[in-house]
Structure formats: C-alpha cells, structure tokens
Design a protein around this ligand. Structure first.
Ligand SMILES: Cc1cc2nc3c(=O)[nH]c(=O)nc-3n(C[C@H](O)[C@H](O)[C@H](O)COP(=O)(O)OP(=O)(O)OC[C@H]3O[C@@H](n4cnc5c(N)ncnc54)[C@H](O)[C@@H]3O)c2cc1C
Length: 384
C-alpha cells in the first residue's frame, strides 16, 4: 500500500486530493489522506465578504470527498519528520507517508510591525474574518493596513456594506499598482465613491490600541485595524529541514517536488515555484494548477514514469470593489498588465464566476482529471 498524505485542504490541497483520487481510483494499492484544520472549506477568495458581515455557502469537505476514497483527517499538523516520513497531527496522532503533498497556504504577516499580531484583525480564516464582522456595528473608524489586492478588496467591501464607517486604506503602494493607468483610475474613482480614504506611499511602523503609526510620525486613528500587509507561511517546512526560500516557502524542482526531499511535493502559496518569468506569487489562480499538476506527477511516478515539468502563466487580476463594482485586469503570462480590462457589471459577473468556480472544478478534477486541467494557461514562450 502506498500512502499519499496531503496537508491542507485549501484551493491547492483540494485540487491535489480530487485529481489524485480520480487518477488512482482503479488502484487498490494507493491510499490518499487529506489533513485539514477544519471540515469546512475556507473560500479564502471571499474572506473580505465575511469580514463585512456576509454569510457564505457552507461548503463541507466530506461532501465533496464522498465516493472518492480520500480519507479526511480533521486536525492541525504540528510536526513533520522527513526522515521517518511521518506527520504529527494535534501533537498526538502520527500518520506515516510515502509521498507528502505540502499545501498549508499562507496567512497575513502580522509579525511585520509591532502591535499587529496582538491588536489587528486578519482575514486568515473564516473565524478571524467573522470576528471583525461582529465588532463592526460598534465601530466608527477602521484602518486597513496593506494596499495590495486583499487590502483594496477588504476596504471597498467594508465601506460599501457599512456606510457609517470611515475606512482608511494605508500602504506602501498605490492601490492597484499592477493595473494599467486607465484601470487604476477606475479603481481610484470607485474607492473615492465608496468613501475610502487612501494613504499610499506610507511605511506603517506600528499598530497601537488607537490606530496606526507611520514612518513620518503621523498617526491614523482607528477603532480597529485590519492587517493585510504581506503574507507569511507556516514554519513547519523549515523546522522539518526542507529547503525553503527567504519567505519560508518550500523550494521546488520543475515537477513541484522539494529540491531537498523529493518525496515531498509543495503546492499553492506554501511553495516557491520557479517559472521563466520568476517565482510565482500566491494566488488561487496559480495554486489550483500546482495541485492538479502534483497529482498528475504522483500518478506518473506510481506508474513508473518521470513527472513532467510544471508550466503556468497568469491570465487575469480580478478585483472586487464591493458587490456592485469590480475591475478585472487581463495580464500577460508573467502577470504584467495587458491593455484589456473590464469594469462595472461585466467585471462583477467575471469576478463572481472566478470566485465560485473552484468548488465545481474540484469535482471535475475527480471525474475527469485531464479535462479539469485544460482551462489553465501554460504560459507559452514565457515559460518555455
Ligand atoms: C481576501 C482575499 C482575496 C483573495 N482574492 C484572490 C483572487 O481574487 N484571486 C486569486 O487567485 N487569489 C486570491 N487570493 C489569494 C488566494 O486566496 C490564495 O492564493 C489561495 O488561497 C492559496 O491556496 P492554498 O491552497 O495554497 O492555501 P489556502 O487556500 O490558504 O489553504 C490552506 C489550507 O491549509 C489549512 N492549514 C494551514 N495550516 C494548517 C495546519 N498546520 N494543519 C492543518 N491545516 C492547516 C488551512 O486551514 C487551509 O484550509 C485572495 C486572498 C484573500 C485573503
């Protein structure tokens, strides 16, 4: 019996599990186990919606796994022994593996400045997002720290849903810095219409009980702070002795195996995956293909064949601006912007289609694993 253990049932881990189950369903000598902290699937793409008080569909992982043969172990991974090939769950249970898939994702880097870890809210889990939502009715001001895509989506969602709130978005970069100038102007106008105050080009130094302090000594007063400034990964991989990059992500070879421990695959936000244009950054857009590719590679290895190199090119950068507006920037495979972008209702429809597609895609990856991979861009000359 070959035991394949997948750590993390987010976008990348679910894609791996479902695709692997589909590819090995005729084999009685392969056991696939998925370990996750919760049996509810976290739609990370929508956590800003929960933070603003919206209810999401109750997506249960066991429902999706029914009939696939994948065992779900509900618990927190607390250790990995790459020499003995064993996983520790909740400090007490031990799971042996032959092949490991590491898909533990990333969370907000609240260690970036003093005070963020103790005082700021995050969008790390549905629970964390809901904690902010519960506090909102009693607040007058919220500072969203981090002007990247997550910060922009969160600020817009909070401002639209809670017009009584004064929402300030702070960060180093201009909101939508990776968009074309025209798409960025649209974004700026949308944030202004929603009443979001933008303080870009600032270096956040500290989160305090009264708000946020920035490098020039100025303070933004806020009843609550939401931290979206950068991401960090679990220290488990580095602690296990797997080779990691400066951000703690597992460094992979072209087939997505750890360069130091080839029996470990790494996918999604927790992996440092090199492509011709550079190292991929964490997205669901790229995370699901890494998961499906790892599954295909493991199936090839089980059949005695060598895994193929992974190739991925970006397609778009979809950004919600509340529920009534959005902007979608189409991109070249290296994530640089094309001229084409969508705004308004068409962009809202596009973004919603993207956000709701993973759950049915997981099922397709089980029923027809090869077809399920067709929608993803390989990147053409950018990744050759
Ligand atoms: C508000 C927001 C909006 C976003 N919008 C977009 C978007 O529009 N498009 C896009 O492409 N990307 C978007 N992203 C990024 C995207 O969500 C991530 O890149 C994606 O979730 C990465 O998938 P993953 O499977 O690697 O990690 P995750 O989806 O985070 O899954 C990791 C899983 O592992 C579990 N886990 C972690 N540690 C442990 C442990 N020790 N033990 C057990 N289980 C554990 C977690 O609970 C989780 O279930 C957004 C992110 C946020 C926060």
């Amino acid at each position: 019996m070959t035991s394949i253990v997948i750590l993390g049932a987010g976008y990348a881990g679910m894609a791996t599990a479902m695709s692997l189950a589909g590819r090995t369903r005729r084999r009685s000598d392969v056991r696939v186990t998925l370990v996750n902290g919760s049996d509810r699937f976290t739609e990370r793409l929508r956590l800003h919606q929960i933070a603003s008080g919206q209810e999401l569909a109750d997506l249960r992982i066991p429902t999706l796994l029914a009939g696939t043969g994948v065992d779900l172990v509900r618990g927190w991974v607390t250790g990995i022994d790459v020499h003995a090939k064993k996983i520790r769950v909740d400090d007490e249970r031990v799971l042996p593996y032959d092949t490991l898939v590491y898909a533990l994702g990333a969370t907000a880097d609240t260690g970036a400045v003093p005070g963020a870890g103790e005082l700021a809210y995050t969008l790390d889990s549905a629970h964390d997002a809901a904690t902010l939502a519960r506090a909102l009715p009693d607040l007058r001001t919220v500072a969203v720290c981090g002007s990247g895509l997550t910060g922009v989506e969160a600020a817009a969602e909070l401002a639209e849903r809670h017009p009584h709130l004064r929402v300030t978005l702070l960060g180093r970069q201009e909101p939508g810095a990776r968009l074309t100038p025209k798409a960025r102007s649209y974004l700026d106008a949308a944030l202004a219409r929603l009443g979001v105050q933008v303080r870009a080009g600032v270096e956040i130094e500290k989160v305090t009980p009264g708000g946020v302090e920035v490098a020039d000594g100025a303070t933004t007063e806020a009843d609550a702070v939401l931290w979206t400034g950068g991401v960090r990964v679990s220290p488990l991989a580095a602690a296990a002795g797997l080779r990691v990059d400066a951000h703690g992500r597992i460094v992979t070879d072209a087939a997505l195996r750890s360069v130091s421990h080839p029996s470990v695959y790494a996918v999604g936000d927790a992996a440092a995956v090199r492509q011709g244009y550079g190292t991929m950054h964490g997205t669901c857009q790229g995370g699901m293909p890494t998961g499906a590719h790892a599954a295909a590679s493991i199936a090839r290895e089980l059949a005695g064949a060598a895994p193929k190199p992974f190739r991925f090119g970006y397609l778009h950068l979809p950004l919600s601006l509340g529920r009534e507006d959005a902007v979608v920037q189409f991109t070249h495979p290296d994530d640089s912007p094309k001229r084409l972008y969508l705004t308004g209702k068409r962009a809202v429809w596009y973004k919603e289609t993207v956000s709701s597609s993973p759950w049915p895609s997981f099922r397709r990856l089980f029923t027809s694993p090869a077809v399920g991979m067709l929608g993803w861009r390989r990147g053409g000359r950018y990744t050759r």
